[in-house]
Design a binder for this molecule. Structure first.
Ligand code: GRF
Length: 215
């Protein structure tokens, strides 16, 4: 049984998409894999209730209680290790992770970012996309590397940017695609179909058409 640990900071809609997909696709028997823990750096994260509703144990480790990023990351890593994860998923986890943390979980650690990387790393990606006037925007799932929102790209989903789009309308369109993209990448990782090799994502038995969701 592959063990999945998800890190969240807020709403938890990507977490919910993983949990729902795991249930509807019967990952426990079909992969086999299971989400064994959800960890939040914020006690008020709405995603905690989603995890609980799906029967997944939650832990809160508030980053403000630590004197440094390194101290928080060390406590976080220790809690994660208790669960021996095969896949560690940043599902809306809004903290930059230290190099030591990233190195420790390299190859098991993936993130979803709401832009077509390498365009628009960082925050307010939909505002950045609107300001740049791009006609295509989207979301990226990638292995985590030391640069913020850097690392080997696994899969991307594109959406059209429409005249009249607002940050909210664009965010909603991208989010819908995020919810398709992230669960399938988590499943591939658990199935050993994707791996990190020399800083690149490599694939085995993954349909090409599944790596780029267009339109
Ligand atoms: C998503 O847009 C995700 O791509 C980004 O943060 C947001 C989290 O939303 N990293 P949610 O908590 O999954 O609803």
């Amino acid at each position: 049984m592959k063990r999945i640990v998800c890190l969240i900071s807020g709403r938890g809609s990507n977490l919910e998409s993983i949990l729902r997909t795991a249930e509807s696709e019967r990952w426990v028997t079909e992969v086999p894999a299971r989400v064994v823990a959800v960890i939040s750096n914020r006690a008020d994260a709405a995603g905690l209730a989603i995890a609980t509703a799906h029967g997944v144990p939650v832990t809160v480790i508030e980053h403000q209680r630590f004197a440094s990023r390194e101290a928080f990351d060390a406590a976080l890593a220790e809690t994660i290790e208790v669960h021996s994860p095969d896949a560690l998923v940043l599902a809306g986890f809004m903290r930059v992770l230290s190099n030591a943390f990233v190195a420790r979980f390299a190859g098991r650690l993936i993130n979803i970012h709401p832009s077509l990387l390498p365009a628009f790393p960082g925050l307010a990606t939909h505002r950045q996309a609107l300001a740049a006037g791009v006609r295509v925007h989207g979301a990226t799932v990638h292995f985590v590397a030391n640069e913020v929102d850097g690392g080997a790209i696994i899969a991307q989903a594109a959406v059209a940017v429409l005249p009249g789009d607002t940050e909210e309308s664009l965010a909603a369109r991208v989010l819908q695609r995020e919810h398709m993209l992230l669960p399938r990448c988590v499943r591939w990782l658990c199935e050993g179909r994707i791996a990190l090799s020399d800083g690149r994502a490599v694939f085995r038995d993954v349909p090409n058409s599944a790596l780029a969701l267009l339109g």
